[in-house]
Ligand binder design. Structure first.
Ligand code: BGP
Length: 474
């Protein structure tokens, strides 16, 4: 069956500064939370990544050629303010002007994220999102960017606040690597809601000619069975990962239900409730009423069942299928129902979850004017075929299958009334992955990280056709 997207629907590709730029020691860039953490871990290095700092022209040329109409890029905060605030580094500012100009010259519209997991090191050491100084410095940096880069008309405040907070303080896969600290997780979530709100409100006060939104990682959570206990576990997981953000950024207030679920998780773990003030809630409400769009990053869904044991997690960061574990005391255990396939990194492939999360925003958060799918794609183990040359096309049928299923689910959601205005594949080109290094490739374009040559994948040809026709056949 053929499904058609609206004629103004945008097909884009996504990236993040730390995952593509490389050049982390160049032109006065300040250190970020990952530098020390990755050095100590010794598994992989953020250099060269895709060397986008020097190679952006290559990637933008390919993007234009293969129907990619927009690109998600992030500004590395520490290229502009090496310490997070204070001195400005003009070479960093100049780089972003050059790169944005190249995007526009290639007719690839930049959607620019202000914070994509890369807190400057000094602010991280002060407590990252738990520190009020971090929130203030972030707002000042954002205002600087709004004035400095009038060529940008689509801004994103924070990428995936949930991934940041949960992985920093609950599952321990992001620096500082703490486990089971739900109190810190919720406080960091709330503080990010406040930072986001202040920036949206400042942007609107500046009367600039553009749009501003936020990007959430939204893994749809389902109960493992129909039992009351499993349904409740799903609600708890949803409160932990999704709902505090959805309520805060899209409704402008925390529902009594989400606060009760959070209190329950904290009580079970003997940890104190997060702090929030009336003044902050007013800022949060003002921002929700002025937000232009929400970005949805959805790759997979989760199934939860009741669990009362101690917290235990294992992150599959190598592609060793079947090794992931997530059992959280006071929340629940992730357990995959029979019949759902997964990637080598244990991410369940479930396009229905994409449809359901888009419809949830449409149904439960009526203030939201527009939705973009700002990340979706599949990580695969891919290799350059022997003897490859510049005309080699790398076959990636699994990616095409995955994209077709998820785009089909998005088309269904549009048909059911969700105002989805665009889709950004993760990722435009192969990139560095925070917890997987270089072995998990997502790109439309294969990057030989040693030579920085690019090779086109079959999925890029498929994507071009979809972008040009605005149609898919499933
Ligand atoms: C999202 C992040 C991206 C990217 C992607 C893939 O959560 O916003 O930065 O990393 O997930 O994740 P991974 O690299 O872990 O496979």
């Amino acid at each position: 069956m053929t499904k058609t997207f609206p004629s103004n629907f945008i097909f884009g590709g996504a990236s993040a500064a730390y995952q593509v730029e490389g050049a982390t020691n160049e032109d006065g860039k300040g250190r970020v939370l990952w530098d020390d953490y990755l050095e100590k871990q010794g598994r992989f290095n953020p250099n060269p990544a895709a060397d986008f700092y020097h190679q952006y022209e290559k990637d933008l040329t390919l993007a234009e050629r293969y129907g990619v109409q927009a690109i998600r890029v992030s500004i590395a905060w520490s290229r502009i303010f090496p310490d997070g605030d204070g001195e400005i580094e003009p070479r960093g500012v100049a780089y972003y002007h050059r790169m944005f100009k190249a995007c526009l010259a290639h007719h690839v519209e930049p959607f620019v994220t202000l914070h994509h997991f890369d807190t400057p090191e000094k602010l991280h050491e002060e407590g990252d999102w738990l520190s009020p100084h971090m929130v203030n410095a972030f707002v000042e940096y954002a205002k600087f960017c709004f004035k400095e880069f009038p060529e940008i008309t689509h801004w994103i405040t924070i990428n995936e606040p949930t991934s940041m907070a949960v992985q920093q303080y609950t599952s321990g896969t992001f620096p500082p690597g703490e486990h089971g600290r739900f109190d810190k997780t919720f406080q960091a979530e709330h503080n990010q809601n406040v930072a986001h709100a202040r920036i949206v409100n400042a942007y609107k006060q500046m009367h600039l000619d553009g749009e501003i939104g936020v990007v959430h990682a939204l893994q749809t959570v389902y109960p493992y069975s129909d039992s009351v206990a499993d349904k409740h576990a799903a609600d708890l997981q949803d409160a932990l990962e999704n709902r505090l953000y959805l309520d805060g950024t899209l409704a402008g207030s925390y529902s009594a239900e989400v606060l009760a679920l959070i209190q329950e998780i904290l009580d079970a773990n003997n940890q104190p409730m997060f702090k929030y003030t009336d003044a902050e809630m007013t800022e949060i409400s003002d921002a929700a009423h002025q937000l232009d769009f929400v970005g949805v990053n959805n790759y997979f869904s989760k199934w939860l069942r009741a669990y009362s044991g101690v917290s235990e997690t294992h992150h599959n960061g190598t592609g060793a299928k079947g090794t992931s574990v997530s059992r959280l005391h006071g929340v629940g255990e992730e357990k995959l129902p029979e019949g759902i396939t997964t990637t080598d990194w244990d991410w369940p492939i479930y396009p229905r979850g994409m449809h359901d999360i888009l419809m949830r925003i449409h149904d439960d958060y009526p203030l939201v004017p527009a939705i973009y799918v700002t990340e979706n794609g599949i990580g695969l183990k891919e290799e350059l075929p022997a003897g490859a040359n510049s005309s080699t096309v790398i076959e990636d049928p699994k990616r095409i299958d995955y994209l077709r299923l998820y785009l089909s689910a998005i088309a269904d959601a549009i048909n059911d009334g969700a105002n989805v205005k665009g889709y950004f594949i993760w990722s435009l080109q192969d990139q560095f992955s925070w917890t997987n290094g270089y072995s998990k490739r997502y790109g439309l374009f294969f990057v030989d990280f040693a030579t920085q040559d690019r090779y086109v994948k079959r999925s890029a040809h498929w994507f071009k056709e979809v972008s040009e026709t605005h149609q898919i056949s499933d």
